[in-house]
Design a protein around this ligand. Structure first.
Ligand code: CA
Length: 225
């Protein structure tokens, strides 16, 4: 599930965007000013940022520059000012696209999709490796040693999450959030079920275990000790 960070001080617009994007299946967080936006982006790196230029305190252009200096996250700026110079400056500050307020929600949605797709194709050559496990994210091909492993879409997403965060404990909450995108409540054993599927497939030829249980917390991808 893609996380979009909205940096916008006008609560009405922020709320409207949050509702619309949530309905479209995005996870959304909102920051009300530049410093809060920078902190949010650092804490939980989003997949895309919608940034209003007119912010109290720190100007949106400055926020864009600072974001860009530490991250290549796509940034779409919103400006109420219909001035060519603003757009130019906005794009020079490192933003990827801009929209002039007022705009149609569908227009923003289209721009978001373009940016996310572009980012996706930039990453298409990603081959993730851990121990004897290889995941070619362009071909959706998973191998353990030379053996090809057939995974369902959810199993693949779960394994990709582990492979992008090797040797880190992933809590159940994080896994729910990133793979299923909503809260199942404490009773659900869906993670256990999917981890079991993954282990069965990854260990079908008696390969050593790579996904380990961290009791009471979650799971970790690491080599057997
Ligand atoms: Ca504003």
């Amino acid at each position: 599930m893609k996380l979009i960070l909205i940096i916008e001080d006008e609560a009405e617009i922020a709320g409207y965007l949050r509702r619309g994007l949530t309905l479209e299946g995005y996870e959304v967080s909102v920051a009300e000013d530049g410093p809060a936006g920078l902190a949010a982006a650092r804490e939980t790196p989003p997949d895309l940022i919608v940034l209003d230029l007119m912010l109290p305190g720190m100007d949106g252009l400055e926020v864009a520059r600072r974001l860009r200096s530490v991250s290549d996250v796509p940034i779409i700026i919103l400006t109420a000012r219909d001035a060519v110079q603003d757009r130019v400056t906005g794009l020079e500050s490192g933003a990827d696209d801009y929209l002039v307020k007022p705009f149609a929600f569908e227009e923003l949605l289209a721009r978001i999709r373009v940016q996310l797709r572009r980012r996706q194709s930039d990453r298409q050559n990603d081959v993730l490796r851990y121990d004897n496990l290889t995941m070619d994210t362009a071909a959706h091909d998973v191998r353990i040693g030379d053996r090809r492993v057939e995974l369902t879409a959810k199993e693949y997403e779960l394994l990709e999450l582990f492979m992008r965060h090797p040797q880190q404990v992933l809590t159940r909450e994080t896994i729910y959030d990133r793979v299923w995108g909503y809260d199942f409540g404490g009773e659900s054993n869906i993670i256990e079920v999917y981890v079991r599927y993954l282990r069965q497939k990854l260990e079908a030829n008696h390969e050593s275990r790579l996904i380990h249980t961290v009791r009471g917390v979650g799971y970790i991808l690491r080599e057997n000790e």
